[in-house]
Design a protein around this ligand. Structure first.
Ligand SMILES: [Zn+2]
Length: 298
């Protein structure tokens, strides 16, 4: 699943490519992913035709990221919220309709993982914005901008770890009464926004803290190391445009470059780059933790 660095990369690139553009049309072969959430008192409406009517002619005034959500601020006080979920990723370019499929012009957009187009917007500059989503779990919602601010989706999110206001003091406060294993707590979106399976592994490796260690048992020094690792790893991953081990690709369809910077995630059986011990994988609440059993003692 795209995490903070991947979603941030997408949002930044979108800003460069589609800011100021107007939606001319929208197509989908999976209307279930789309929800209208404005002016219905929170009631869910699924009508794609209505969504189409609403979206056509709206201009993209701003693009923001909050947690793993992308927010397109549109003209007429509407906001399009997209959560790419497990396998969704935005692509920008040109496609041609062939039967019920969209064929990309050429290049990286032709890579298999980029061909699961289930949502496609036509823009007023002749280009297109598409969502490729193999598993079709992505969530696309149109909101009244004012209502969105109070929505559960955003209200329940914890602080943004890249914000200046995310200080060590604040981090300690957040973890103060938290129980549970540090990896799971870091992945809880209500605690800190945007960290998932990959970056929690990488952060804890850098901090030399075992992923299963219970939060109340963490020393001040360990908390500090975790905090510092968050502030190092996430900006580095943004700089490298995220990881593309699984489905995520940047807007052009190309791979992010964090794969090589990865120290433990999906490196089970490989040697730890600090001590040479074999990286271990262990189950934790239905997910996998990757860590060095020597450097990260429980
Ligand atoms: Zn090690």
């Amino acid at each position: 699943m795209p995490e903070l660095p991947e979603v941030e990369t997408t949002a930044r690139e979108l800003k460069k490519k589609v800011l100021g553009r107007t939606f001319l049309d929208v197509w989908t072969d999976f209307p279930k992913m789309i929800r209208l959430r404005q002016g219905y008192g929170g009631q869910v409406k699924k009508t794609f035709e209505q969504f189409k009517k609403e979206i056509k002619g709206r201009k993209i005034k701003d693009i923001k990221r909050r947690g793993k959500n992308i927010l397109f601020e549109l003209s007429g006080s509407k906001t399009l919220l997209v959560h790419q979920k497990l396998t969704g990723h935005f692509l920008y370019g040109k496609w041609e309709k062939q039967g019920d499929k969209w064929k990309p012009s050429s290049g990286p957009l032709s890579e298999k993982i980029n061909t699961y187009i289930h949502l496609l917007f036509t823009l007023d500059n002749g280009q297109m914005l598409a969502l490729s989503d193999l598993r079709k779990f992505a969530k696309v919602e149109l909101w009244g901008t004012n209502q969105l601010k109070g929505s559960e989706a955003l209200k329940s999110l914890g602080p943004e770890p890249l914000d200046k206001s995310f200080t060590f003091k604040k981090f300690k406060e957040i973890l103060k009464n938290k129980k549970g294993k540090i990896k799971q707590v870091l992945m809880n979106q209500a605690v800190v926004a945007g960290i998932g399976n990959i970056y929690s592994d990488e952060i804890l490796f850098k901090a030399k803290v075992h992923p299963f260690k219970n939060v109340p048992k963490l020393s001040e020094a360990e908390l500090k190391k975790i905090y510092q690792a968050i502030k190092k790893i996430l900006p580095l991953a943004v700089e490298l445009q995220g990881e593309s081990i699984s489905d995520y690709r940047v807007l052009s369809g190309e791979r992010g470059l964090f794969d090589k910077a990865r120290k433990v995630y999906r490196r089970e059986g490989e040697k730890c780059n600090r001590c040479g011990t074999k990286i271990k994988r262990a189950k934790i609440g239905g997910r996998s933790a990757h860590f060095c059993p020597q450097c990260q003692k429980e």
